[in-house]
Design a protein. Structure first.
Length: 579
């Protein structure tokens, strides 16, 4: 069967080998019950055919039903233990995957596509659970039950055993061929599904913009085209699934028919008794049943197999390709230094131009550094690099003179990041504020609310801090969302603050209302503020001006104004725009 590497990988999961051993033991018990079930049923029928009384064959009927009950009790135990293993393993895989996503950051998410990752996390783990629940029991059943039945049939009737032995490899070879074709179909369908999920998420996010521009109806054709392509792929996979099911049933019935004809001819000639012949005939379908179930479940679990492969590949992905640096210090002090030496960032999207190209500068203690430049100059990329969301493609980054890896989780615990559009979870205002500090007390949360200037907003809510916001809750304005982000920052109180154009979407009046709270937040922190609005530069100790991915100049505001450089040109352009 295809994807054998993925199948073997199951045994690396915690508890998989123990489950296989337990399942194998229970399957042996199930096989014994199947054989006794056939013996007692054949004895019951042959007794009735011989004219025995009901009382004479009553014990055989009771034994048959006892074997039947025991058989399905073993089946119940196998399903129970398999479900527990699948539930626990799929949950652990989801947790590890989400933890890896948080480590890799939004740059990786943006590259993979939000729709793909959301689908993989939600639907993918459910499919993986089904795959794990079915695979180990089916594998044990295929390895044990046919051998047990074949061994018993060999004792009863060697010719029937020979027919069963010859037909099984033919059935397996046919399954392999169909499995290879199904795997190719699944690869194509998965690629189409990834495009569809990303397209759907992007469409939802941009729906308001499309309606504003009057393009929503034109975009409908694009959605129809992508959806139809996925529909065609899915129907092709279903056709193959139905074909394989038909082929399995056909070959199985043909094999059983050969056995039945052979038994019938010899029964007429008197070369075999009715009891053993019926026993073999009853066991023949049971011999092929595990293979048929595996073939049917193969298509049912193909999505889970593929999702598990994708999930493991992404979860085991390295955060970056560069050499890991020294250990990150656990604190940031007034004497700490962060230095970039010939550091470059390349998004590896096929373009020659680097997002950041050989930058050299350092930040000391609790400096306030403004990062300015035109759109696409590299401001946000630098923030991502400092925040550990991206790794440097070349050059080195040092902390206190020692080479460091900023993707280290220890470094991220020193950082508070405020983006242009802070995300509000579907939860209470208090839970949103305490997101980075869930252990915070009521008094600490109230202090953060006061520092961020949220008292007026909280007083307007009927439930106060317990008012639900985000999706399905009360909607906040852009300025109010930024105040929630500021309250988060005040509460967690980390020594390094990254702000990526936090007020770009706000009007100037709202921005000035927020400015006082933000300046208070800057105190006692190393601050990197990426912005287009130059009035913030009055509060900055130094200003870094970026142009086309390069650090054009850096210095204090007075130093840069005295030069006839990029910063002075930006100031002149903004003044001319106002006039």
């Amino acid at each position: 069967m295809p994807s054998l590497s993925m199948d073997r990988e199951i045994f690396t999961y915690k508890g998989a080998r123990r489950l296989f051993a337990l399942t194998a033991l229970l399957t042996v018990g199930q096989g014994i019950c199947i054989i006794f079930q056939a013996i007692f049923l054949a004895g019951l029928v042959s007794g009735l055919f011989a004219g025995q009384s009901v009382s004479a064959i009553g014990s055989r009927a009771l034994l048959f039903f006892a074997a039947l009950v025991c058989r399905y009790f073993f089946v119940f135990l196998i399903k129970h233990f398999s479900y527990r293993f699948a539930e626990r393993t799929s949950s652990d895989m989801r947790k590890k995957f989400l933890a890896k996503l948080f480590e890799l950051g939004h740059g990786f998410i943006r590259g993979q596509g939000t729709g793909t990752l959301v689908t993989l996390t939600l639907e993918g783990t459910a499919q993986i659970r089904q795959y794990l629940e079915l695979f180990i029991p089916k594998m044990a059943a295929n390895g044990i039950l046919p051998l047990m039945i074949l061994a018993y049939v060999f004792v009863e009737d060697r010719l029937s055993a020979l027919i069963l032995l010859i037909t099984m490899p033919v059935l397996i070879i046919f399954m392999i061929l169909l499995g290879l074709a199904a795997q190719k179909k699944m690869n194509d369908r998965w690629a189409s599904y990834r495009v569809l999920s990303n397209h759907f998420i992007d469409s939802l996010r941009g729906l308001a913009t499309l309606r504003y521009l009057g393009l929503s109806k034109l975009h409908q054709k694009s959605i129809e085209r992508v959806s139809d392509k996925y529909r065609v792929m899915t129907m092709g996979t279903l056709r193959l699934a139905f074909l394989s099911s038909f082929a399995l049933d056909f070959f199985t019935m043909l094999s059983i028919a050969f056995v039945a004809v052979s038994l019938g001819l010899r029964l007429v000639d008197g070369h075999i008794l009715l009891g053993p012949a019926l026993t073999v005939l009853i066991l023949a379908p049971e011999y092929f049943l595990p293979v048929r179930e595996l073939g049917q479940d193969y298509h049912a679990t193909l999505d889970g197999r593929e999702a598990a492969h994708k999930l493991n590949a992404l979860a085991s992905r390295e955060e970056n390709d560069h050499t890991q640096g020294d250990l990150i210090p656990g604190t940031w002090s007034d004497h700490s230094v962060l230095a970039f030496e010939e550091s470059s960032v390349d998004y590896r999207d096929g373009k020659q131009k680097k997002a950041l190209d050989s930058i050299n500068f350092s930040a000391c203690g609790f400096e306030k550094i403004g990062i300015i430049g035109a759109s696409g100059a590299g401001k946000s990329t630098l923030i991502d690099l400092i925040g550990g969301f991206l790794g440097a493609a070349s050059g080195s980054i040092k902390i206190n003179g020692r080479k460091a890896d900023l993707t280290d989780a220890k470094w991220r615990r020193l950082i508070t990041y405020i983006p242009q559009h802070p995300y509000l979870f579907s939860a209470s205002l208090k839970e949103n504020i305490a997101f980075y500090a869930p252990e915070a007390t009521e008094q600490q949360i109230t202090g953060a609310v006061r520092s961020a200037g949220l008292e007026t907003l909280v007083s307007q809510f009927p439930k106060g801090l317990n008012e639900k916001i985000g999706a399905g809750g009360r909607q906040l304005s852009g300025g109010q969302e930024q105040r929630v982000a500021l309250a988060r920052a005040f509460l967690c109180d980390r020594p390094i603050l990254l702000l990526d154009e936090p007020t770009a979407h706000l009007d100037i009046e709202t921005e000035y209302e927020l400015k006082e709270a933000m300046i208070r937040l800057f105190q006692g922190k190393l601050v990197f503020l990426a912005t287009h609005r130059l009035h913030w530069m009055d509060q900055m100790d130094r200003i870094a001006v970026f142009k086309e991915g390069r650090l054009a100049e850096i210095g204090t505001q007075s130093e840069l104004l005295q030069k006839d450089g990029s910063y002075r040109s930006l100031v002149r352009s903004q003044l001319e725009g106002i006039q």
